[in-house]
Write a protein that binds this ligand. Structure first.
Ligand SMILES: NC(=O)c1ccc[n+]([C@@H]2O[C@H](COP(=O)([O-])OP(=O)(O)OC[C@H]3O[C@@H](n4cnc5c(N)ncnc54)[C@H](OP(=O)(O)O)[C@@H]3O)[C@@H](O)[C@H]2O)c1
Length: 250
């Protein structure tokens, strides 16, 4: 039931961080991959890693905020792979700033990447899944959808919106066999969070996690494989917290 061998997966924001780890984890589980981000050079390095795992892989330079580019991705997928089974909407942009300091540009970049991008990638790539009446869309959320700290107002709002968007799409697209779920991690030590997760902030974060550690890529990949595989075929519209108990603690 957990077998996802020979499925085709699209991962956005796969050039680094969590997206990179998800792409490698999916390849290790036997899927073929289309890896996307705005940075061709970084994608090529990830491609080499995946080729070393003997999986078919293609890179696609994509800004998820641009609908015309997502349309081109759809054509590329159909030409090169003929189908898509799994979409992981991982690309994200976050700034930690007090509400009074947050600019229009901060707002636009966070929401365009984290909500507009997710919506149109789901709509356009999901239309390929609809043809086959089967597909799995996994959106990467955050514990900040259900909790917050100072400096995270916009990010928290967009991740809360992402959960509700996912519920709405799950309801609308169930008739097309498309399952839409969210994986919501607490802090994951990726290079982009390295500077933030130090000293007092790290102490505060660990203090809020009953299991007492940060999330690892493996924690996320196991959840991804579950939501990507037939094991979760009756699960849709859900947010799965992979957070060591952060949200439960409140
Ligand atoms: N790290 C954490 O602690 C944590 C915790 C909870 C949730 N999350 C969520 O996990 C996801 C990944 O986070 P991360 O920490 O791995 O972030 P990251 O290290 O900053 O990586 C972000 C990725 O998204 C891509 N990206 C950004 N804007 C894009 C755009 N407009 N179009 C296409 N790709 C774009 C970047 O690639 P390019 O620059 O090459 O385009 C990069 O591959 C995000 O949704 C984030 O909210 C992270």
């Amino acid at each position: 039931m957990f077998n996802i061998q020979n499925r085709v997966a699209v991962v956005t924001g796969a050039s680094e961080g969590i997206g990179h780890d998800i792409a490698i984890g999916l390849a290790e589980a036997g899927t073929d991959l289309i890896i996307c981000s705005r940075n061709k050079q970084k994608l090529e390095a990830v491609k080499t890693e995946i080729e070393n795992l003997d999986r078919k892989v293609a890179t696609f330079v994509l800004d998820v905020c641009k609908v015309s580019e997502i349309e081109k991705l759809k054509a590329f997928i159909l030409k090169r792979f003929g189908k898509v089974d799994i979409l992981v909407n991982n690309a994200g942009y976050a700034v930690t700033k007090m509400a009074q300091e947050t600019t229009e540009d901060d707002w636009d970049k966070m929401l365009d990447t984290g909500l507009k991008g997710v919506f149109f990638c789901s709509q356009i790539i999901g239309s390929i899944m609809s043809e086959k009446k089967y597909g799995k869309i996994i959106n990467i959320g955050s514990t900040f959808s259900h909790s917050t700290i100072p400096g995270r107002s916009v990010y928290a709002a967009l991740k809360a919106g992402l959960c509700h968007l996912s519920e709405s799409l799950a309801v609308e697209w169930a008739q097309n066999g498309i399952r839409v779920n969210v994986i919501a991690p607490s802090a994951v030590k990726t290079p982009s969070r390295e500077d933030l997760l130090q000293g007092d902030i790290l102490k505060m974060v660990l203090g809020r996690i009953p299991l007492g550690r940060l999330a690892t890529p493996d924690d996320l990949i196991c959840a991804i494989i579950y939501l990507a595989s037939p094991a979760s075929d009756f699960v849709t519209g859900q947010t799965l917290f992979v957070d060591g108990g952060w949200v439960a603690k409140g």
